[in-house]
Design a protein around this ligand. Structure first.
Ligand SMILES: Cc1ncc(COP(=O)(O)O)c(C=O)c1O
Length: 360
């Protein structure tokens, strides 16, 4: 079987051992005589999978007891609308930091439900930086402060949790959840689609502090996206994406076996440093992002001569390096190096880039 290094931004690479476990268990999950796909979500077998899923995520992220952990559908994009509909708590305004394409989408969707105050924006640097926190404008009457902890397209990542100045912090962690240690206590709400660091597409994790929910929701909100309702029903108010829950659960078990978030964070730092160093010492490749907020997960780079892009991609594929084309809004290349990308994949990419530069 041929196996390539897959640098896709999402859906993205899985650990091989997880795919093998899923394959082994496909027809008969642990002697149940059934595939997980066939199980009732209310049955005793699936209950074991669902309980382990939540408890493993709680332990990996050290989620305190006063937070609910929800597994929903609709992707992170749906949360752009569901967040204001759930947690405005009668307020009419929310603050948003704009650091790139995903922040912009969150801002645009929130505008339907509340007044949006853009507290800070790095649009003037073409989203290659994060505005200095001391310059952020925060309205203390706002319900929350939203930011995107890792901008998947622009390759910009917060290196620490910002100060909400009294507002509950809401973070879109779709592309860096479980890649670095965080203190959940610093957040009001964390959300993430699973298709980058946590498994396949189709599940959205929402971790929300108890005091933010249960204070009334927008009349337009379907019950299946009411956080308090879903929390009361263990995210099973409707039929959950059962097989995807199972796969996310396998990824969490894999991460625990690696030593947890602290261990994977050290590997992520090493992988990212290696790749950025290779880019910085080359005269063909460059990354425009301010070094203090370069993403450890998504590394965009451009070639000095764009006429070489096509050849770079074709040769990369011939060398087993896939999905390196940059986002259409950014151009150039992007290497997504999530938790499951082995260091050997990053080294193979660097070796290829070095050889391509030497021969072009
Ligand atoms: C940071 C970020 N937020 C939100 C999304 C949207 O996620 P979904 O496609 O699951 O709605 C993405 C998708 O790539 C993302 O990278």
């Amino acid at each position: 079987m041929s196996k390539v290094y897959n640098f896709s931004a999402g859906p993205s690479v899985f650990p091989k051992s997880v795919l093998e476990t899923a394959q082994q268990e496909l027809l008969d999950w642990q002697g149940s005589g059934m595939s997980v796909m066939e199980m009732s979500h209310r049955g005793k077998h699936f209950s074991i999978i669902a309980e382990a899923l939540e408890s493993d995520l709680r332990s990996l992220m050290a989620v305190p007891d006063n937070y609910k952990v929800l597994f929903l559908q609709g992707g992170a994009s749906a949360q752009f609308s569901f967040i204001p509909q759930n947690i405005l708590k009668g307020k009419t305004k929310a603050c948003y930091v704009n650091t790139g394409a995903w922040s912009e989408k969150a801002i645009n969707d929130a505008k339907t439900y509340c007044e949006v105050m853009v507290s800070a924006s790095s649009e003037n640097t073409h989203f290659t930086s994060i505005p200095e926190e001391s310059t952020w404008l925060i309205d203390e009457q706002a319900a929350y402060l939203h930011f995107t902890s890792n901008e998947t397209i622009h390759g910009v990542e917060f290196s620490k949790c910002p100060d909400g100045k009294g507002l509950p912090l809401v973070a879109d962690m779709s592309s860096n959840i479980l890649s670095r240690k965080i203190d959940v206590n610093q957040y009001g709400l964390i959300y993430a689609g699973t298709q980058k660091n946590m498994g396949p597409a189709g599940v959205t994790v929402v971790i929300v502090r108890d005091d933010l929910i249960g204070h009334g929701v927008s009349k337009t909100l379907p019950a299946v996206f009411d956080y308090a309702e879903q929390a009361q029903h263990q995210s099973m108010l409707n039929t959950p994406a059962t097989y995807n829950w199972y796969l996310v659960g396998l990824i969490l078990k894999w991460l625990k076996a690696q030593g947890g978030v602290e261990v994977i964070e050290r590997l992520n730092i090493a992988k990212a440093e290696k790749l950025y160093q290779a880019i910085d010492r080359s005269s063909l490749y460059s990354n425009p992002v301010d070094p203090i907020c370069r993403s450890r997960m998504n590394v965009p780079f451009i070639l000095a001569d764009q006429a070489l892009d096509k050849q770079f991609l074709t040769l990369a594929e011939a060398n087993g390096l896939f999905q390196l084309k940059g986002h259409r809004s950014f151009g150039g290349m992007r290497a997504s190096i999530y938790n499951a990308m082995p260091e050997s994949g990053v080294q193979a990419l660097i070796d290829f880039m070095t050889e391509f530069e030497r021969t072009h």
